[in-house]
Design a protein around this ligand. Structure first.
Ligand SMILES: [Ca+2]
Ligand SMILES: [Ca+2]
Length: 225
């Protein structure tokens, strides 16, 4: 290769790396996503004080446990365990400050994806689980702008399988806080525990992602040349 071509090629790769690294999918925005840190608060604390309990899981009824009831965590040694709260759904929440993404969000085209793995005890078929994200313009639930809708899943009866529910949604302009939620329909789990592990949420610049994929492809072609 001619030395000047090599210089051009190398600088192009440098530009590609610098441009792509920060703009593809954000890192997982959830704290303690695999429930390995055995510390939690209440759902009420999370929902009434986003900043004070940011990044801390808040179950309505439940906590973090190691392997139990024939169920082994999907990853690591711990997982979330939830029980019937006596209402319709038993839910666990985490608040996340996403104001660092405001520029991207306020284009009106950024999307959020969320997912988590669900499992329940053996022989119990039909546990109904869900993942959901709500959007807020400030650090309180009352600033609700809307929700993602729920990604739902009816679980199998095999305690050896973890099944993933996912959600993807456009993020409303003005969103500065999100609340990530995992839930089980009470009637569907009876007195059994519902487990959750490996939760995940990230923000993507929707149409930009396609453009960036094109750029990534171009970068890859240049690298091969
Ligand atoms: Ca885990
Ligand atoms: Ca299962």
């Amino acid at each position: 290769m001619h030395s000047s071509l090599l210089t051009v090629s190398m600088s192009f790769v440098a530009v590609c790396s610098a441009t792509l690294a920060p703009q593809l999918a954000s890192a997982n925005l959830l704290t303690n996503p695999g429930f390995e840190v055995s510390a939690w608060t209440t759902a009420n604390n999370v929902l009434t004080n986003f900043p004070g309990f940011q990044g801390v899981w808040g179950p309505e009824v439940g906590g973090i446990t190691g392997a139990t009831g024939g169920v082994t965590p999907a990853s690591g040694v711990n997982m979330l365990e939830m029980y019937d709260d006596g209402l319709s759904y038993t839910q666990t929440f985490q608040s996340v400050d996403v104001s660092a993404f405001s520029t991207m969000i306020n284009t009106g085209s950024a999307t959020v994806t969320g997912d988590a793995f669900f499992n329940t005890v053996g022989g119990y078929i039909g546990a109904f689980s869900a993942v959901n994200i709500s959007f807020h313009s400030g650090p309180s639930y009352g600033t609700l702008l809307g929700g993602s809708g729920s990604g739902t899943l009816t679980l199998d009866g095999n305690p050896l399988t973890w099944e993933q529910a996912t959600i993807s949604s456009l993020i409303p302009i003005g969103t500065t806080w999100m609340v990530f939620q995992v839930a089980y329909q009470n009637a569907s789990i009876g007195n059994n525990p519902g487990f959750v592990d490996d939760a995940h949420m990230d923000i993507l610049p929707a149409p930009g992602a396609i453009a960036l994929l094109g750029l990534a492809g171009l970068c890859n072609r240049r690298r091969r040349n």
